[in-house]
Design a protein around this ligand. Structure first.
Ligand code: COI
Length: 331
C-alpha cells in the first residue's frame, strides 16, 4: 500500500512520519497543494491525503482519477471546496476528519468572546499609549447573557458546555435536533426566535448552498441591538458588507471572526505590513477595537494537527484496504 500526502506543512510532518513508521506504510510527502499539475505525482499510489482551502475542482479530480487515484482523504472537516459532480462522475471515495478537536475551536471561540466582552483590545491599545484609565470602556459579563448557538454538531456542543460553565443561558437552532439537547429544552424553533433572544450569536454551521450569507441585513435587523457575533465556522455564512453596516450603526456591538468570505490566498500569508494586506474590507474590520479578526487559527493546536494528520491517514488506509472508512462523506 502506498499513500501520497499533499500540502504537508512542517508542523504536520512529525505526526505523519510517526504514523508511517508505526504502520509500516509508505507515505510520500509533497509540500505542494493538489492541483492539475501535482495530480500527476499520484500515479502509482493507492490513495491521496490532502488539505487545502483552494477548490478540489472538477479538472483536478479528473486528473487524479486519470492517474488511478480515487481514494481521497481530507485532513479537515469542511468539504465545501470539493466538486461533488466530479466525485460522483469518477466514483471517488472521500473521507474527512469530523472531530479532530471540537474543543480547539470551542475554546478559541469563547476566548475571543471574553476578550470582546472585557474590552481587552481597547485596554491593550490604551496601555501601550500610557493611558491607564478605566472609563469609558466598561465591560459586560457573559453570565448575564443568552448565547444562541447556530448548529449543534460536535463543535457547537463543545462551545455550549463552556458557555454554560460561565453561567450563560444557552439556546440553539439546528435543523437536526440532538436528542440530549432536545430533552434539556435548548432548541428554539426558528432562527428568527434565536435572533430575537440572543445577546451573543455563535456560528458553528458548515457552509452549504442554503446558508450562504445567512447573516445579512435582514438577519441583523431581527437581532437584539448590541448583539455580539462569533464566526469560527465559515466566512460564507456572513455577508461582510452587511456586518460592516451593522457594526457602523451599533446594531452589532462587536464580532470575532476567525474566518472571512475572501480568506483564501490571504489567511496564512505574510504580507510584511498591515498596509500591504490586499483587502480593504478586511483591514476595515481589523482596525476596529470591537472586532477581532484571526486568520482561521481556531483549529491550530498540537492536538488537532496530530489528529487531522493521523485520522486522515487511518481513513485513507481503510479505504485502500477495505473500500470503506469510518468518516466517508456522502456527496
Ligand atoms: C476545517 O477543518 O474545515 C477547518 O476549517 C480548519 C482548517 C483551516 C484546517
Amino acid at each position: 500500500m502506498k499513500i501520497i500526502a499533499y500540502g504537508i506543512r512542517e508542523d504536520e510532518r512529525p505526526y505523519l512520519e510517526e504514523w508511517a513508521q508505526d504502520q509500516g506504510i509508505e507515505v510520500r510527502v509533497v509540500r505542494e497543494l493538489l492541483d492539475e499539475q501535482t495530480a500527476d505525482l499520484a500515479k502509482g499510489y493507492d490513495g491521496a491525503v490532502v488539505y487545502q482551502q483552494k477548490p478540489y475542482s472538477g479538472a483536478i479530480l479528473d486528473r487524479l482519477a486519470a492517474n488511478g487515484v480515487t481514494n481521497l482523504s481530507l485532513r479537515n472537516v469542511g468539504v465545501d471546496n470539493v466538486d461533488a459532480d466530479a466525485v460522483k462522475r469518477h466514483g471517488f471515495k472521500v473521507t474527512n476528519v469530523p472531530a479532530y478537536s471540537p474543543a480547539a475551536i470551542a475554546e478559541f471561540t469563547v476566548t475571543r468572546l471574553m476578550q470582546l466582552l472585557r474590552r481587552t483590545p481597547t485596554f491593550d491599545r490604551k496601555q501601550a499609549l500610557g493611558d491607564l484609565r478605566w472609563a469609558p470602556d466598561i465591560a459586560d459579563e457573559l453570565n448575564t447573557m443568552t448565547v444562541g448557538i447556530v448548529a449543534t454538531g460536535r463543535i457547537g456542543r463543545a462551545a455550549m458546555k463552556i458557555y454554560q460553565g460561565f453561567g450563560a443561558k444557552v439556546i440553539a437552532y439546528d435543523v437536526y435536533h440532538n436528542p440530549e439537547l432536545e430533552k434539556q429544552g435548548i432548541y428554539v424553533d426558528t432562527l428568527d426566535d434565536l435572533y430575537a433572544q440572543a445577546d451573543v450569536i455563535s456560528l458553528h454551521a458548515p457552509a452549504t448552498k442554503d446558508n450562504e450569507k445567512m447573516l445579512n441585513d435582514a438577519a441583523f435587523a431581527k437581532m437584539k441591538p448590541g448583539v455580539w457575533i462569533l464566526n469560527p465556522a465559515r466566512g460564507a455564512l456572513i455577508d461582510t458588507d452587511a456586518l460592516i453596516r451593522a457594526l457602523d450603526s451599533g446594531q452589532v456591538a462587536g464580532a470575532a471572526l476567525d474566518v472571512y468570505e475572501d480568506e483564501v490566498g490571504i489567511f496564512n500569508t505574510d504580507f510584511g505590513s498591515f498596509a500591504s494586506i490586499p483587502d480593504e474590507r478586511l483591514k476595515n474590520l481589523m482596525e476596529r477595537d470591537n472586532v477581532l479578526v484571526s486568520p482561521h487559527i481556531a483549529f491550530y493546536t498540537r492536538t488537532a494537527v496530530k489528529n487531522m494528520v493521523q485520522y486522515a491517514l487511518n481513513n485513507n488506509r481503510d479505504l485502500i484496504a477495505t473500500g470503506h472508512a469510518e468518516n466517508e462523506v456522502q456527496f
